[in-house]
Design a protein around this ligand. Sequence first.
Ligand code: RB5
Length: 153
Amino acid sequence: MIENTSPIIIGCDHAAVQLKNIIKDYLETGKGITVEDAGAYDDVSVDYPDFGKYVAEAVSIGRMERGILLCGTGIGMSMVANRFPGVRAALCNDIFAARMSRRHNNANILVLGGRVIGDVLAMEIVDTWLTEPFEGGRHQSRLMKFDRITVDG
Ligand code: RB5
């Protein structure tokens, strides 16, 4: 499998700082991937939408190709991120979801739940997400279909 080594922007809230730091170190030290750390940096309570917005915006405008977001469950961060045009954020707290989020959904933001998964599983999920290619074809036309969805239909 060929691994995508383009830079990654990573962000979290207070509920997942520890796991965010572990993943950041794994990417930088273990894989030589440049990481932009958007915070949070400690366990002082913050609002996840502030950090989710920063990361999702960077991907949405094309400043970064991809990102990783973490909060307690991953649910809030995925809701925030998917409001941004061009963002395909996938909450993947297991390896199968991570694999399919790349193969079928071309996910450009991986979302993890820091209170749901442990360090080892998180690293396996990240590895899967980094290596699985998008299959394109019928999946590409489905992505294009929902990219055009508006409140009017
Ligand atoms: C913070 O307590 C928690 O609500 C947040 O990390 C996340 O799980 C939200 O979806």
